[in-house]
Design a protein around this ligand. Structure first.
Ligand SMILES: Nc1nc2c(c(=O)[nH]1)N[C@H]1C(S)=C(S)[C@@H](COP(=O)(O)OP(=O)(O)OC[C@H]3O[C@@H](n4cnc5c(=O)[nH]c(N)nc54)[C@H](O)[C@@H]3O)O[C@H]1N2
Ligand SMILES: Nc1nc2c(c(=O)[nH]1)N[C@H]1C(S)=C(S)[C@@H](COP(=O)(O)OP(=O)(O)OC[C@H]3O[C@@H](n4cnc5c(=O)[nH]c(N)nc54)[C@H](O)[C@@H]3O)O[C@H]1N2
Ligand SMILES: [Mo]
Length: 793
């Protein structure tokens, strides 16, 4: 008999072996055998009568984890007994389908966990206390339908909100989309914009190029001699095919430099040089690099003359006074400060000589690729940092050419994935930034266009009803949790909260109705890659849901029925029928792609888009007359008149260095002298899989602190420390390590918030300390910019 709960290790794999294998995955050999998979075969014969047949099924999760790896679920007797991955023999370097990392290898423990929610429940204690009683599904859907009716009648449809939820955004179909569908069909809902992942760089990049999609496919970098990974940690964050290509490039002699306050896993696995800098000072380093490049005449003048605007005083747009160009700024024409490496050393703590060398290396390696991660833009100065990289790429002529990289957001344009489910128009036109949700719940009249409200001048209602389906964003992933939970706990504000999850997360404790969703293994879906990857994988329903677990679609359909709109809502389709329909719609939407039929997909399991190598802005560079950049001037805008006209000190037209709020130059540093940053670690996707015991063994939640900062505070390795600022306190053990530079401390993001009676967190959740300050241009998040002090607990 296969026992999923007691069988801690998959057959043939000890737990120690599991951890070892998972950390050695990056070094796995590449075997050049063509993909030749036909449907998951029966491995052993049942005819003997005793051993149930095993099917090995290629599938994927729908998490927002940076990858979309081909995992192989071994299913026997209706149970997933083991997870492996795309075997070496099937790996095709021409189509580098990703293979499971430690998180994928650990999925079994996520799906088969005794703590998983089993029944629908309703809250009995005070909101947030986490006290629930079991109810029937009929009671649950009646409660939801009744509250939807009552709240909509009383406050109008704009009082209804569907929250951030990234655990299912890697799939074509999800409960939150269907909740939006239902709400749109019954009057509408308040929508939000801004991606907390990359919204700051997404908003800033178009001011240089007119478009955000500034990334290339990685196959274009095979002959690039130098790659600078700037706050980019793809060894852990994946971002599509990075590991395959970067390891290959490394072997072929590409030099990698990593700019990061932490010696990340990417630094240890790829870097020839690690350049730590103080967080939120990236623009000072960039400014000084540009100063060196220009003063040593290493810039690409021909490129600049032909394609750009605002480099020097001779190439400025009309109507701008003197000394606003890039050269004028760098040479201190207006402020009298030359942006020299010595100037930047004092700000960044990168030695001036290192800055000089970095600038020369980048400008002379041509082509060179300066690729930014999204860590640097999840800062209060994130838009400036993002646009700063575009200026460096521009003055060195690395835009639109093979082997170069345009900087900024780095996504690839015209990606074709599935159409998703058909979505009716949302009658509510106002939208808030995701950063406004707490204010919109507390007092929506204070959410103004200046804070990010679009589509109208004011909101007519507070958020009164909230769906959080597959997110932990109420009280874990949101910045400044202590401020958010005050509003959440007040039952006179949001009147009804519906949450679905697999676990009783810190956010789930704030639910009024808490629903146990099925996992990705218990539903049909289609997984979509992101970043630089380019394929779809069928995510098959592998096992039957246990207890009373149900997919979000299933119960939303029942709510629709109780609201009298079931037919309109479901179009008579089961969940699997929606998936088939999405596939059919996608086939029709991209006839050139020749997507297989759904029946063929059941055999083939995936579809790889065979796009040509893509270089962002290649057409604009090759033929600027017929392909002007989509900016107002038709050029690459080093100086942006659009930004200039905003007359905002935090939105300089050149995106140069401006000290960030809660950066190292903030006066608050006298009280809280350490900069705290977070990073996305290998053992979970944000907070998803936090409770997975195998993954907890991979990496425990600790505060990285430099020996200099630790000894000064009498902190020894493993000591419990108290990390605090005016917003909150968290306690975790210290990891005293040279892997973090002095003056900076770091916590892995996504740890569960575990407050005691005094509100002190014992989980190492950085969001008790992070700030809800909104970025100036994007109206976005700055999760990473915070000052703290650390003391022995
Ligand atoms: N393993 C794993 N992978 C993931 C995720 C996960 O949770 N776990 N989450 C996925 C999601 S949702 C997203 S949006 C992406 C996000 O991917 P990223 O945003 O790129 O990931 P982060 O780890 O936040 O940041 C990358 C690096 O930036 C560094 N950094 C922080 N502040 C600064 C700074 O001021 N300057 C510089 N130069 N560097 C800085 C951090 O130390 C870190 O090593 O990752 C995805 N991939
Ligand atoms: N300090 C700090 N905070 C951050 C960040 C940071 O860098 N630093 N990064 C931000 C970013 S980029 C992101 S994207 C957000 C992510 O924040 P969220 O979108 O809240 O994502 P998760 O924390 O992964 O929470 C997803 C929840 O869904 C549950 N879940 C998993 N599968 C399913 C399913 O099939 N059905 C249902 N119903 N539930 C499921 C998981 O158990 C988990 O509790 O966090 C942000 N917060
Ligand atoms: Mo994200």
């Amino acid at each position: 008999m296969t026992d999923k709960y007691n069988n801690d290790s998959p057959p043939g794999i000890s737990r120690r072996h599991f951890v070892k294998v998972s950390s050695a995955l990056a070094a796995a050999p590449l075997v050049g055998v063509r993909f030749a998979y036909a449907n998951g075969g029966i491995k052993n014969d049942t005819s003997a009568g005793t051993v149930p047949a095993e099917r090995i099924i290629p599938t994927c999760s729908s998490f927002d984890c940076g990858g979309k790896c081909d995992i192989r679920a071994h299913v026997q007797d209706g149970i997933v007994t083991r997870i492996t991955t795309l075997p070496d023999a099937e790996f095709d370097p021409e189509m580098p389908i990703m293979r499971a990392c430690v998180r994928g290898r650990g999925y079994r423990k996520f799906v088969y966990h005794p703590d998983r929610l089993k029944y629908p429940m309703k809250r009995v204690g005070k909101r947030g206390e986490g006290k629930f009683v079991r109810i029937t599904w009929d009671e649950a859907t009646t409660l939801i339908a009744d509250n939807l009716k009552r709240i909509t009648e009383k406050y109008g449809p704009a009082s209804r909100f569907v929250h951030n939820n990234t655990a299912v955004t890697g799939g074509a179909f999800s409960g939150d989309k269907m909740a939006r569908r239902l709400l749109s069909l019954t009057g509408g809902y308040l929508e939000y914009y801004h991606s907390v992942s990359m919204g700051n760089t997404g908003a800033a990049t178009p001011y240089t190029y007119g478009a955000a999609a500034s990334g290339n496919t990685l196959d274009t970098l095979s002959e690039t001699p130098l790659v600078i990974l700037w706050g980019h940690n793809p060894t852990e964050t994946i971002f599509g095919h990075t590991n395959h290509y970067f390891q290959q490039m490394k072997q072929n002699g590409t030099r990698f430099i990593v700019v990061d306050p932490r010696y990340s896993d990417t630094s240890s696995s790829l870097a020839d040089q690690w350049i730590p800098l103080r967080p939120a000072t990236d623009n000072a380093l960039m400014d000084a690099m540009m100063y060196v490049i220009i003063s040593e005449n290493l810039h690409d003048q021909a490129f600049i003359t032909r394609y750009t605007l605002g480099f020097d005083e001779g190439s400025m747009p009309e109507g701008v006074p003197a000394n606003e160009s890039l050269v004028a700024y760098l040479m201190g024409a207006k402020d009298g400060i030359k942006k020299t490496p010595e100037w930047a050393e004092a700000i960044t703590h990168v030695p001036a000589q290192t800055i000089r060398q970095l600038a020369r290396d980048y400008a002379t390696a041509k082509p060179a690729a300066l690729i930014q991660g999204w860590g640097p833009q999840r800062h209060n100065c994130g838009e400036r940092t993002a646009r700063g990289s575009t200026l460096l790429a521009t003055i060195t002529g690395n835009v639109g050419i093979k082997g170069g990289w345009a900087g900024g957001y780095g996504g690839i344009g015209n990606r074709k994935f599935t159409t998703g489910p058909e979505m009716p128009d949302n009658p509510v036109k106002e939208k808030i930034s995701i950063m406004n949700w707490v204010q919109a719940a507390d007092d929506a009249s204070k959410v103004t266009p200046a804070d990010g409200l679009t589509g109208g001048d004011r909101l007519n209602s507070n958020i009164r009803l909230l769906f959080s389906l597959a997110g932990n964003y109420l009280a874990n992933q949101n910045p400044d949790i202590n401020q958010a939970v005050k509003v959440l706990a007040d039952e006179s504000k949001i009147e009804f909260i519906v949450q679905s999850d697999l676990y009783l997360t810190p956010s789930a404790k704030y639910a009024d109705v808490l629903l146990p969703e099925t996992s990705f293994m218990e539903r049909w879906n289609i997984g979509e890659t992101w970043g630089t990857a380019n394929y779809l994988i069928l995510s098959e329903k592998l096992i039957e849901p246990e207890f009373e677990r149900r997919s979000d679609y299933d119960w939303i359909r029942e709510v629709a029925q109780k609201l009298g709109v079931e037919q309109e809502f479901s179009l008579g389709r089961s969940e699997k029928e929606w998936i088939v329909q999405i596939w059919e719609n996608s086939r029709k939407a991209m006839p050139d792609e020749h997507l297989p039929t759904f029946d063929e997909l059941l055999v083939q399991r995936r579809h790889l888009f065979k796009g040509k190598p893509h270089i962002a802005f290649a057409d604009n560079i090759r033929d600027p007359q017929n392909h002007p950049f989509p900016t107002p001037s038709g050029k690459i805008e080093i100086f942006s008149k659009r930004l200039y006209d905003m007359h905002h000190p935090e939105i300089p037209a050149l995106s140069h260095y401006v000290p960030a709020h809660e950066g190292p130059e903030d006066p608050l540093a006298a009280k809280y002298p350490l900069q705290l940053i977070t990073w996305k670690g290998k053992n979970r996707a944000n907070s998803t899989q936090y409770a997975n015991p195998w993954l907890q063994e991979v990496q425990t939640q600790k505060l990285w602190i430099n020996p200099a900062d630790a000894s000064h505070r009498h902190i020894a390795q493993g000591d419990y420390v108290r990390i605090h600022n005016d917003r909150g306190v968290t306690l975790v053990p210290a990891e005293v390590t040279q892997r973090i530079m002095p003056g900076v401390v770091a916590l892995q993001a996504g740890s569960w918030w575990q407050p005691d009676a005094n509100g002190v967190d014992h989980g190492g959740c950085a969001n008790v300390l992070s700030s809800a300050r909104i970025t100036a241009l994007a109206k976005g998040n700055s999760h990473q910019t915070m000052l703290v002090e650390v003391a022995k607990a």
